[in-house]
Design a protein around this ligand. Structure first.
Ligand code: UT7
Length: 322
């Protein structure tokens, strides 16, 4: 039987850091409000000419190096993003060109903040059924481009960045299970109204920016993340105490703390990057994973629980033996 395992991780954050203090100068907000309500202290913002694909490539190079393989060994590329470089080709094809990889399938997945877990689910299935041996699974976002910088209820919450993993075929399980869901009826609570087949001419009007009913999203997120964690534990017949690390989507520290509490996971076993990165949507889980792998907190053989909730609504989880 073939399984998939995380062979290497990589992350990339743009050089420019924007602090809450800087936002105070632009908006009727305060460092105190942002910290108290979201846990965010600062975020990284992509340079003017820096794109989702550029960041994805930088994170991928590190993940490939950490996996100890060559670019040419990659035979599947999936980019989770809701901020692609172009309408087409997919950002994954642009990444493929930069990495000088040829012939592998390369495509994007848009499941907003849950995108990385959707991409991981797909790549795991490819590997387990023999369709790929080394998949590059990336989350990369430039949300700074879809923020209304005059709307204090949304623009303080997001940042840019990319995270990547190489998922490789293995004889022992790495990815133990993945669980992904969606419920499209909540579309209006968190969305960017303008798209291609609808509202394309509205681009650069307010319809082109994120709109969110924050507290309704908050309530739904806390409830749903609790149930997806329960679903994951029972599917694998394991107990809360077996989880070494919770690596949640980084939207809001209060959501993370509430979820950890429900699962009796002490905060010392939760990877938190929302303070430094803000919400980087589909990049947040692979970025947080990379941070904790590189600083030595996460060790080989440990059991990790990933979970995410985002626009759609979409939500998902993965139980991983690192
Ligand atoms: O990643 C995808 C999923 N996204 C999420 O999970 C985000 C979920 N939601 C949240 O994280 C939180 O709801 C927020 C951080 C967005 C907001 O926190 P909240 O505790 O739910 O605050 P609120 O929206 O109820 O707003 C409270 C007050 C309002 O003022 P009034 O109406 O009570 O006078 C807002 O106008 O805070 C005001 N406010 C601000 N004040 C200063 C909203 N944004 C700001 C701001 N600075 N940036």
């Amino acid at each position: 039987m073939t399984w998939s395992k995380i062979a290497g991780t990589g992350g990339y954050l743009p050089e420019r850091i924007m602090s809450n203090k800087e936002l105070e100068k632009m908006l009727d907000t305060s460092d105190e409000w942002i910290r108290e309500r979201s846990g965010i202290k600062r975020r990284h913002i992509a340079a003017e000419n820096e794109t989702t694909a550029d960041m994805a490539v930088a994170a991928s190079r590190k993940a490939i190096e950490a996996a100890g393989i060559e670019n040419s060994d990659i035979d599947l590329i999936i980019v989770a993003t809701s901020t692609p470089d172009k309408i087409f080709p997919g950002t994954a094809c642009i990444v493929q060109r930069h990495l000088e990889i040829e012939n592998s399938p390369a495509f994007d997945v848009n499941a907003a903040c849950s995108g990385f877990l959707y991409a991981l689910d797909i790549a795991d299935r490819f590997i387990r059924t023999g369709g790929a041996r080394n998949a590059l699974v990336i989350g990369s976002e430039t949300y700074s481009r879809i923020l209304d910088w005059t709307d204090r209820s949304t623009c303080v919450l997001f940042g840019d960045g990319a995270g990547a993993v190489v998922l490789s075929a293995a004889e022992e399980p790495g990815i133990l299970s993945t669980h992904i869901h969606a419920n499209g009826k909540y579309e209006d609570l968190l969305h960017v109204p303008a798209g291609i087949s609808s509202g394309y001419d509205a681009v650069r009007s307010e319809a082109a920016f994120i709109q969110m009913k924050g507290n309704e999203v908050f309530r739904k997120a806390v409830g749903t993340l609790g149930s997806i964690a329960r679903e994951t534990l029972s599917a694998n017949n394991i107990e809360k105490k077996d989880i070494a690390w919770l690596i949640p989507h980084q939207a809001n520290l209060r959501i993370i703390v509430a979820t950890a509490k429900k699962f009796d996971i002490p905060m010392e076993h939760v990877v938190v990057t929302v303070d430094e990165h803000a919400n980087t949507s589909s990049a947040s889980i692979p970025l947080a994973l990379d941070v904790a792998v590189r600083d030595g907190r996460i060790k080989r053989g440990e059991l990790l629980l990933f979970e995410a909730f985002g626009a759609g609504f979409t939500w998902g989880s993965a139980l991983v033996r690192y």
